[in-house]
Design a protein around this ligand. Structure first.
Ligand SMILES: [Zn+2]
Length: 295
C-alpha cells in the first residue's frame, strides 16, 4: 500500500484533522541516508509532520521546512514538504546509535536533544518566507510540533507521530496525525479530543496492524463524526536539478571553482536530500568559472 494523506473536518465544524501513512517514504529516506533506527525514527516523524503541515499550505510552488536543532548527537533534523505533502529531508549524523529507553523504545528525544529550537519556514512565494521559532520541549518531535502551533500560531493542536523499525532496520510502519481546533470550539470539544487521544493506541502500534490513515483518524477521533475532505497519495520527492546544483556552484565564486578544477580536475556533487549525483568535468567547471566572473 502506498503512502497516503487524509484531511478531514468534524461535522460539527469545530475540529480539523489530518493523518498520514508514511511507511514507504520513510523507508526511502532510510535507504538514501543509511540512517540507523533512532535516526530513522526522528527523520520519519519529522517527515510525517512536515507532510501534514505542507499539505495545509496549498498553492503551487509553496513549501514548508521543519528544522530541529536540539543539540543532540543526530545534529540537525530537517524535513521539507511541498504544498501537496510530498517530502524530503535529512539528519546531519545518520549513523548515530544510542541506547534504548528504559521502556524499550527508541530514544528519539535524547538523539535529537532538547536544548535548542524548532524553526518552521513557510515559503509562500512572497518576497520573504514566514519564519517561526520556538524552544524545543523534548525533542520527541510530535510535542514540539504541537507546541509550535500553540505558541507561534495560537492554534490549539495535538500531534501524534510514530515510526516502527523492524528487526532488519527497515521501516515497518510510519505515520501520524495532526488535530487542530477551529474558532469557537468549546471546553467540551477539547475534552472530547483529549479523551480520544488518551484512549487511542499509539500511532505506530495502530499502523502496524492497519496501515490506513483514515482509520487512524477515526480511531483517534472516535467521539466525532468526520467528513473526509481529501485523500491524496504522497511520496518522497526531491526537486533537485542540474540547474540548481550549477547555481549553487556559481555562488561559491570563480576563485573557489578554479581551485576545485586545479586540485581535483572535476567535481561530483551528491544532493543532500536524495541519492542523485551530479558530475562536473574540468570543462564544465571552467565554463562555470567564466560565468561566475561575469556575475
Ligand atoms: Zn535531490
Amino acid at each position: 500500500m502506498s503512502d497516503i494523506l487524509v484531511r478531514a473536518i468534524s461535522t460539527d465544524g469545530f475540529v480539523k484533522a489530518t493523518a498520514v501513512v508514511t511507511t514507504e517514504l520513510t523507508e526511502r529516506a532510510r535507504q538514501i541516508h543509511k540512517t540507523l533506527p533512532v535516526g530513522t525514527a526522528a527523520l520519519g516523524r519529522a517527515l510525517s509532520a512536515a507532510s501534514m503541515m505542507g499539505n495545509a499550505l496549498k498553492g503551487e510552488g509553496n513549501s514548508l521546512t521543519l528544522q530541529f536543532k536540539g543539540g543532540g548527537p543526530l545534529g540537525t533534523v530537517l524535513a521539507v514538504s511541498d504544498a501537496e505533502g510530498n517530502v524530503r529531508g535529512y539528519v546531519t549524523n545518520p549513523g548515530v546509535d544510542i541506547p534504548l529507553r528504559e521502556d524499550g523504545k527508541l530514544d528519539v528525544g535524547s538523539a535529537v536533544g532538547f536544548d535548542g529550537t524548532l524553526t518552521v519556514i513557510k515559503d509562500l512565494g512572497m518576497k520573504e518566507p514566514y519564519v517561526g521559532t520556538i524552544d524545543l520541549l523534548g525533542g520527541e518531535i510530535a510535542e514540539d510540533v504541537a507546541a509550535y502551533f500553540v505558541e507561534s500560531e495560537q492554534i490549539p493542536s495535538a500531534c501524534g507521530l510514530g515510526v516502527l523499525v523492524d528487526r532488519d532496520q527497515s521501516v515497518k510502519a510510519a505515520g501520524g496525525y495532526l488535530i487542530q481546533l477551529l474558532p469557537g470550539a468549546s471546553e467540551d470539544i477539547i475534552t472530547m479530543v483529549e479523551g480520544g487521544i488518551y484512549a487511542a493506541e499509539s500511532v505506530s502500534a495502530f499502523l502496524s496492524h492497519d496501515p490506513d490513515p483514515e482509520k487512524l483518524l477515526r480511531h483517534v477521533m472516535s467521539d466525532f463524526d468526520l467528513r473526509i475532505l481529501e485523500t491524496s497519495p504522497i511520496e518522497y520527492r526531491c526537486y533537485c536539478t542540474r540547474d540548481r546544483v550549477e547555481r549553487a556552484l556559481l555562488s561559491i565564486g570563480a576563485d573557489e571553482l578554479r581551485q576545485i578544477r586545479e586540485e581535483q580536475g572535476q567535481a561530483e556533487l551528491t544532493c543532500q536530500f536524495c541519492d542523485e549525483v551530479y558530475h562536473f568535468s574540468a570543462e564544465d567547471l571552467e565554463a562555470l568559472e567564466n560565468a561566475a566572473k561575469k556575475n
